[in-house]
Design a protein around this ligand. Structure first.
Ligand SMILES: [Fe+2]
Length: 269
């Protein structure tokens, strides 16, 4: 099943894409268009819809928040169609230069990202009157970057937010780095959060601060149990809200609440 919806937030156009081989999509992803800039590109399985949604709008630069295939999936296709450079973190560039292997569930839900040559992100991105400042925010992935439009109070936040109480981590996510990145972003000035899964047109900073509090509290709870001598397994069992079962099953364990606990314990293991 295919899902494609277009929404407008002032001058920012949002394209929401979802795909599922069976039944309705379990998760959708947004990418954004602003005055010649694309911020992320959607998943490969929705390539025709993504290209069609942008149509003949001029695309001068393609910005990626990170390499995950629901964000980078159509970068090569947009570059081929428009000739625009693809920009992102150096680690994103090295991942996408040759492409990277993905798991079965990633093939089924998003499809594999085609390799693409990328340019660096070393200066603010100008698209008059807009200026997007890249800010490194590792944690969800090592190469994660958000884009701040200071004058208009917008943050294109990729997967930094997703939700206030996230239910799972992928096995390679880093809790301490996410907390540090959220603390860094809380010092910036913005109100609108152009999240790639859950746009927050107002009070974006409040939403992010709730996520930060949730992660800090989880870290504290894990450490208290660790100091009391509980094993990793026991800590997971005591804190597990049981809301990750479907995702855990679909991803064959690559995404789970247990990975949040394991990541919290990384600094002491
Ligand atoms: Fe991601």
């Amino acid at each position: 099943m295919h899902l494609m919806k277009k929404k407008t937030f002032g001058p920012v156009q949002a394209v929401q894409l979802g795909y599922s081989p069976i039944g309705p999509p379990i998760m959708s992803v947004y990418f954004y268009y602003l005055n010649g800039l694309l911020i992320d590109t959607g998943q490969h399985h929705m390539q025709l819809h993504a290209l069609d949604a942008i149509g003949d709008l001029p695309v001068r630069q393609i910005l990626l928040t990170h390499h995950h295939e629901d964000h980078s999936g159509n970068a090569a296709a947009f570059q081929k169609k428009t000739g625009a450079p693809v920009r992102g973190h150096a680690l994103t560039a090295s991942k996408l230069k040759k492409g990277y292997r993905i798991r079965l569930y990633q093939h089924l839900i998003w499809g594999r990202t085609a390799p693409v040559g990328m340019a660096t992100l070393d200066t603010p991105i100008q698209s008059d009157p807009y200026v997007l400042e890249p800010v490194e925010t590792p944690g969800h992935s090592k190469d994660h970057v958000v884009f701040l439009e200071k004058n208009f109070g917008w943050l294109f936040s990729g997967d930094l937010y997703i939700g206030e109480r996230i239910k799972f981590f992928r096995s390679d996510e880093d809790l301490d780095a996410q907390i540090h990145s959220l603390q860094k972003v809380m010092r910036l000035d913005f109100d609108t959060l152009f999240c790639a899964h859950n746009p927050c047109p107002k009070n974006g900073k409040r939403h992010l601060s709730r996520k930060l509090n949730y992660l800090v509290t989880l870290k504290q709870e894990v450490m208290v149990l660790h100091q009391k001598g509980y094993s990793v397994k026991e800590i997971i069992r005591r804190l597990d809200p049981g809301t990750d079962r479907r995702v855990k099953w679909i991803t064959m364990g690559n995404a789970s609440f247990a990975h949040m606990v394991r990541s919290a314990l990384k600094s002491v293991s």
